[in-house]
Write a protein that binds this ligand. Structure first.
Ligand SMILES: [Zn+2]
Length: 308
């Protein structure tokens, strides 16, 4: 239970039923301008990106359902123009909880697998100590426009492009580019809370996450502003450092696997200790080791014995 509590306290990831137990009444929506016509809203759950201009508002993600009124009020504080589209970076409820509310105003766009997973509900987790069950989302919360590879929304003088990256944080991740404003929203393929959560039970993988981050870095100008899935606006150098950590930890576990080591032997050898500054409340060193092990072996049962 403590683990679950930590998850909620960190406001990172919660099942929809657990989210209802969380007290959202004290959450304040912090609005900041990122660059060009793009703003960021921080409350609880994933960061919201917002393109604001003459044509209206396009938002990326919508946090938790109980925060929808606050999100709406924060947007009203920027402009009186209407919401025109909502884009979901992936299906997790801390990024899609406001879908039902906002789809009364404008259509939701997401990659095909986001709709599938919201519709069916099911399990998410790292194949070890983290596991969450998600209920099927309400009908009106399902994205009504879906795409396979990419889609572009031409509003506010911007070409807002959602590009699909398979099998990273989940199997339905999009990264959203705002090229004229020189901003990118990376969803949960990039977070600043330390080791990332890779939802291997929802088709995520370490190698997919590395490929996504690497490809995004190669496409972006050096002075781009990066909105992470969680955490403050970051630079391309921050993303590079994160990519370095992903590759190094992946390589360390891959080598240990080649040497025939078990998960518990890797843990006893404190394999990820050189990167322990990334160990967070949510994804600790142990949990990230489990995640890498499960992702690289294709196992869904690698759980360290010391966890309950
Ligand atoms: Zn997520």
């Amino acid at each position: 239970m403590r683990r679950v509590w930590i998850l909620l306290a960190a406001c990172i990831f919660a099942s929809s039923s657990a989210a209802q137990d969380q007290d959202f009444s004290k959450v304040q929506m912090k609005v900041s301008k990122v660059a060009g016509n793009v703003y960021m809203l921080m409350g609880a759950g994933g960061n919201i990106g917002a393109s604001v201009g003459d044509d209206g508002i396009v938002i990326v993600d919508d946090q938790y359902a109980p925060l929808a009124d606050k999100i709406q009020a924060a947007l009203k504080g920027i402009t009186d123009k209407p919401v025109r589209f909502i884009i979901n970076t992936h299906y997790h409820p801390d990024h899609t909880g406001g879908n039902e509310y906002f789809q009364k105003q404008a259509p939701i766009i997401a990659q095909d697998n986001v709709r599938k997973r919201l519709e069916s509900g099911g399990g998410g987790g790292n194949g070890g100590s983290i596991h969450m069950d998600f209920k099927p989302a309400p009908h009106d919360a399902l994205p009504i426009i879906t795409f396979d590879h990419d889609v572009t929304v031409h509003l506010n003088g911007e070409d807002i492009r959602a590009l699909y990256f398979p099998a990273g944080h989940t199997d339905g991740d999009s990264i959203i580019f705002f090229p004229h404003s020189n901003v990118v929203h990376m969803g949960d393929d990039f977070v600043t809370y330390g080791f990332p959560f890779i939802d291997v039970e929802s088709g995520g993988s370490i190698n997919g996450m590395i490929a996504a981050v690497q490809q995004v870095i190669s496409q972006l100008p050096p002075d781009v502003k990066v909105i992470p899935g969680h955490g403050p606006v970051s630079s391309l150098d921050d993303v590079r450092a994160y990519l370095g950590m992903l590759k190094e930890t992946r390589d360390a576990v891959q080598k240990a696997l080649q040497d025939g080591k078990t998960l518990d032997q890797m843990n006893q050898a404190k394999l990820l200790d050189p990167w322990k500054k990334y160990s967070g409340e949510f994804v600790t060193e142990d949990i990230f080791l489990e995640t890498l092990y499960n992702s690289l072996t294709g196992q869904r049962t690698g759980k360290l014995i010391k966890h309950n």
